[in-house]
Design a protein around this ligand. Sequence first.
Ligand code: ADP
Ligand code: ASP
Ligand code: MG
Length: 411
Amino acid sequence: MSLIVQKFGGTSVANPERIKAVADKVAKYKSQGHDIIVVVSAMSGETNKLVSLTQEMMTQPDPREYDIVVSSGEQVTSGLTALALINLGIKAKSYAGHQIKILTDDAYTKARILSIDNKKINTDLEQGYVIVVAGFQGVDKNGDITTLGRGGSDTTAVAIAAALKADECQIYTDVDGIYTTDPRLVPEARKLKSITFEEMLELASLGSKVLQTRSVECAGKFKVKLRVLSSFEAAGEGTIITFEEDEKMENPIISGIAFNRDEAEVNILGVPDKPGIAYQILGPVADANIDVDMIIQNIGTDGATDFTFTVHKRDLKKTLDILNSKVKDHVGAKEVLSDDKIAKLSLVGVGMKSHAGVASKMFRTLSEEAINISTISTSEIKISVILEEKSLDDAVKALHKAFELDKNITI
Ligand code: ADP
Ligand code: ASP
Ligand code: MG
């Protein structure tokens, strides 16, 4: 008998029929003698609807009130899922985040989980209940409701699995595992039987929204056995996230392609090339709680340089306001430019560590497609480029083909 955490995403609980299907699946595991904790998202589209409602009240919604509104979708599905289970004759209880003290910091809209009180859950499990937890939400030390960032139900599930020392955390979604790239864009994408934690962390943080990045971080920190699988199929192994590179005898050079259409690029031109300049530019941006992603400082000529970085599109206006009011004249920059019609594409693979030539093959492929690259950044296991948003689909397809990701090639 095992303790299993099963998380069901938005499309898996999209309507009453889907919720009943989730209850059937949970009932099957329960009847095999497992203890089950279910984590649910809001019905698909519901969180977007709630976000829009907050924006109708206020262009930049107050974060505390935003969290109260957008967290409500999960409360509905958790109760409905418990009802569907009870209707099948299964003892079930639903809990909102604050009821099982999913304690977070007070960074509304992107709070981090600090601890989970497992006493109540353990008592319920001992009494044979299936526990259904509303994902995406927590409570801060003042008792205020917080949310964990978009896609945050994944993190609720992994954090509960870590706190309760579950045997496995299963993320049920609308695809049957992790693919070499988003199968909705590239139908030839291949499902991976396993992927290393390191690669999954890169793919998630570079835009593959199949798992929230923090859920992968949390799985890594607490060594949670994490599996992604379909809620629409009866059987299937899905994709398992592994912790040891050696578990796979051979590693493909490239495991996957991630992309992200959510970023915008900011260029500060003619910045005096002197020590401390990066801090003077990025300090005020960080103080405004804006996350900065790629940062590139060009080689200076004639004592001046250009400085480029990317931010989430939603933060672009705020970033430009800060740069124009607090940074441009202060550092003596000539001009601040921006572009929000860009996308970031990244190749990820642990095999890159020991293989040269990946970058040149990538750039050759893109140049053959006449796709222009504006910014490049690399690490041991990834290469990212910024390109025009309109070229993204063609670029992903061309690279997927060039690196033969549809075939099972290993080194
Ligand atoms: P859920 O609502 O279940 O949390 P998400 O929409 O957050 O589901 O995540 C599942 C989606 O992630 C898939 O429908 C797919 O389009 C997308 N996705 C992006 N990259 C990948 C990938 N490499 N493998 C599988 N799915 C991916
Ligand atoms: N419902 C939330 C969202 O849409 C959380 C989640 O689905 O994981 O972002
Ligand atoms: Mg998701």
